[in-house]
Design a protein around this ligand. Structure first.
Ligand SMILES: [Zn+2]
Length: 202
């Protein structure tokens, strides 16, 4: 697969290409228009281990918009605003987020660095917390359509903690392992109130 645009190395100022290539962290590069211009081998490995399909990792990946690839309006806006702010201010930005699987509770730290010539961003993702999910006291709920499918026909999942919103008690979000493993076709992404307050609110 193509991992970077032709002139990527010439855009890199302040960071060594080999450092990105050899890093175990999951790293991507963005253009000034927030298009993906680089992914490192660590990113490819992480994507494969986490079930990202081969069809997504095709030759159209590089050049595609990172913002379009993010589900959920609130989260799209959150990343778009902050990335643009880094480009504008040329000050690095960091934040934490959760990306768990059914077996593992995982927390990540993300750093966004502006290239010194203003031609884009380098984004690194580091695993900071990795614990067995059964240590988390997160009660597992069954995937009951009656409880979770809203009148619109959609199931809403928090794209941070991946809990599912109840259809009739919209303030309650449950851990439904079946839908973490296999995201249902009729799902939409949002962000639950606790994740929004804790991780995202400025
Ligand atoms: Zn959440």
């Amino acid at each position: 697969m193509i991992r970077f645009i032709d002139n990527f190395k010439s855009k890199l100022e302040g960071i060594d290409f080999e450092t990105l290539e050899q890093s175990k962290y999951t790293i991507y590069g963005l253009s000034e228009d927030l298009e993906l211009i680089y992914v490192n081998p660590g990113w490819v490995n992480f994507a494969k281990e986490n079930g990202v399909s081969d069809s997504y990792m095709n030759d159209k990946l590089i050049g595609s918009s990172i913002i379009n690839a993010i589900d959920g309006e609130k989260i799209k806006n959150f990343y778009a605003e902050n990335y643009i702010n880094v480009l504008k201010t040329k000050k690095p930005w960091k934040h934490e987020y959760e990306c768990s699987s059914i077996q593992e509770y995982r927390q990540f730290h993300q750093n966004t660095y502006p290239l010194k010539n203003g031609k884009g961003l380098i984004v690194t993702n580091t695993l900071t917390v990795n614990l067995p999910m059964n240590s988390q006291n997160r009660k597992a709920y069954d995937a009951l359509n009656k409880r979770y499918v809203a009148n619109s026909g959609y199931v809403t999942q928090c794209s941070n903690c991946r809990c599912t919103q109840r259809a009739n008690e919209i303030d309650v979000w449950d851990w439904v392992p079946k839908w973490v493993e296999n995201i249902p076709k009729n799902f939409s992404h949002s962000i639950c109130p606790i994740c929004f307050d804790y991780y995202w609110k400025k």
